[in-house]
Ligand binder design. Structure first.
Ligand code: GP9
Ligand code: MN
Length: 412
C-alpha cells in the first residue's frame, strides 16, 4: 500500500546524487535518439577476430563520445524488453517472467511520458510483430505516441534474415518516418540482426566467422560487424537529413549474446584458461555510448565508473535539463560527482569499485580471485533492498499512489 511507498521514497531520496552542474541541460530541447543494440557485449569493442576489427564504426564513434566501459546490463528473462524497462523507468525488471507481460498496465512515469510534458513527440521503431513482448500494450503505459512495428516496414525475402528485417534496411526505412515526425522527438530504435542464432548471408559478412566448438560464438562476430556497419549508415543518414546536429544519441547493448553454455569457446577467444563466475559477471558488461554533437566530439571521455542500465533515465533527463527530484527511480546520474561505483544484476550479483559478488562469494577485481566475504558484506543488504523495493513498486503498482499524489510533477 502507500505506507510501503513512504519507506521506498525515503530510501530513494537518501541515495540521490546532485546532478553534474556543467552537464545539466547541455542537451536541452534536443531530439533524443536511443538505439538498443541487440545482444552487444563489451568484449567485442576495440577487439578483433582473425586480425580484423569487429566494431570499427563504434570504436571510432566512441572517440567522439562519452563511452562507459564498466556498464552492465541488468536484465532477466524479459531480455530486450527488460533492458527497455530499465532504461526508461530506472526500475529493476522482475526476477521471474517479463514485466512487459506481467505488469503492462501499471502506472509508470517513464521517460517518454515525462518528455511529452516538455513538448516532445515520442516514437519507437522495431520491425517485429507489434505484440511481441506485449510491446503494443506496454508502450502505451510508457507514454509512446507512435509505435512503428512490423506492418510499417516493407519486409521481404531479400531484405531479411533470421528474425526479420536486416538492420540496414530497418534504419533506412525508419529514417523515412523519422523525417516526418514533429520535433523535438524522443525516439528509440531496436535492432534485430545480431540476435541468436546469429544468421547472416555470405554477402553480408564483413569479417569471417570465428573457429571454435561453438557455432554460436563463431557466428556472433559477423552479425556484430553487420550491426556496426548498419549503425554507421544510420548516423550518416541522420547527418544527411539534418537530424544529427540537434540531437543527443544514446547507444546501449541490451543484454548478453553469448550465454555460459559457450564458456569453453569464450575462454578460447579471450585467451583464458576458463570462464570463472567472476569472469561471467564481467562479461555482463554491455556498451553505453552517449554522443552529443558539439559537446562530446570536442571532449570525448572513457568513463570507467561502475554503472548499469538503471542509471540511464536520470542521466538523460538531467542532460535535457529536467529535474528528477520528484521522480522515483533507483539509478543515479552517471555524471554526478559522487555517483556510487555500484551495480546490482537481476540475479542478485553485484559489482563495486573493487569487488564482484556472485552466489555468496566475494571476488577481488584486481586478481579475479575469491576474497574474504567481509569485503562484499557492506553491499549485500543494499543489493537485496534495491531489488526488493523495486519489486514492491512493480508488483504493487505503487506508482499509482505516487502519481496520484504528485501527478503534476512534470507538468510545466
Ligand atoms: C524481439 C527482439 C529480440 O522483438 O526484441 O528479443 P530478445 O529475445 O532479445 O528479447
Ligand atoms: Mn535482445
Amino acid at each position: 500500500d502507500s505506507s510501503e511507498l513512504a519507506d521506498i521514497e525515503n530510501y530513494i531520496r537518501a541515495n540521490e546524487k546532485a546532478p553534474n552542474k556543467q552537464l545539466f541541460g547541455i542537451a536541452k530541447n534536443r531530439n533524443v535518439i536511443i538505439v538498443s543494440m541487440e545482444s552487444l557485449q563489451s568484449f567485442v569493442i576495440n577487439n578483433t577476430v582473425n586480425g580484423q576489427e569487429i566494431t570499427p564504426f563504434l570504436n571510432d564513434f566512441i572517440k567522439q563520445s562519452y563511452y562507459f566501459d564498466n556498464f552492465y546490463h541488468q536484465t532477466g528473462q524479459g531480455k530486450t524488453s527488460d533492458a527497455e524497462f530499465l532504461i526508461e523507468n530506472s526500475l529493476y525488471p522482475l526476477g521471474r517472467g517479463a514485466v512487459f507481460f506481467t505488469n503492462a498496465t501499471n502506472e509508470y512515469n517513464a521517460t517518454p511520458e515525462i518528455l511529452k510534458n516538455y513538448g516532445y513527440y515520442t516514437a519507437v521503431f522495431h520491425a517485429n510483430n507489434k505484440s511481441f513482448w506485449n510491446r503494443d500494450v506496454m508502450y502505451q503505459s510508457l507514454g509512446y505516441d507512435r509505435y512503428f512495428s512490423l506492418n510499417d516496414f516493407d519486409v521481404n525475402e531479400e531484405n531479411s534474415v533470421g528474425w526479420g528485417l536486416k538492420d540496414k534496411y530497418f534504419f533506412e526505412q525508419s529514417i523515412a518516418y523519422l523525417k516526418t515526425l514533429p520535433q523535438p522527438f524522443y525516439t528509440k530504435f531496436i535492432t534485430l540482426t545480431n540476435h541468436f542464432p546469429f544468421e547472416l548471408g555470405e554477402e553480408d559478412r564483413m569479417v569471417p566467422e570465428y573457429t571454435s566448438n561453438s557455432r554460436t560464438l563463431n557466428r556472433y562476430f559477423p552479425t556484430v560487424r553487420y550491426m556496426d556497419e548498419s549503425l554507421k549508415l544510420f548516423i550518416e543518414s541522420l547527418k544527411k537529413e539534418g537530424l544529427y546536429q540537434n540531437s543527443i544519441i544514446i547507444l546501449y547493448g541490451d543484454h548478453y549474446g553469448i550465454s555460459e553454455n559457450h564458456n569453453e569457446a569464450m575462454a578460447q577467444y579471450l585467451g583464458k584458461q576458463e570462464i570463472t563466475p567472476f569472469d561471467h559477471v564481467q562479461l555482463q558488461r554491455v556498451p553505453l555510448i552517449i554522443h552529443i554533437p558539439g559537446v562530446t566530439d570536442r571532449d570525448p571521455k572513457v568513463i570507467s565508473k561502475v554503472s548499469g542500465q538503471i542509471d540511464v533515465k536520470p542521466t538523460l533527463l538531467h542532460l535535457l535539463g529536467i529535474d528528477t527530484k520528484n521522480d522515483l527511480h533507483f539509478g543515479q546520474d552517471l555524471f554526478a560527482k559522487d555517483k556510487l561505483d555500484f551495480v546490482v544484476l537481476r540475479d542478485g550479483s553485484f559489482v563495486t569499485k573493487d569487488y564482484v559478488y556472485k552466489d555468496n562469494v566475494c571476488y577481488d577485481k584486481k586478481t579475479g580471485l575469491k576474497t574474504d566475504i567481509s569485503y562484499c558484506e557492506p553491499y549485500v543488504e543494499k543489493a537485496k533492498q534495491e531489488l526488493d523495493y523495486s519489486d514492491k513498486i512493480v508488483y504493487g503498482d505503487l506508482l499509482r499512489f505516487y502519481n496520484g499524489k504528485n501527478g503534476t510533477n512534470y507538468k510545466k
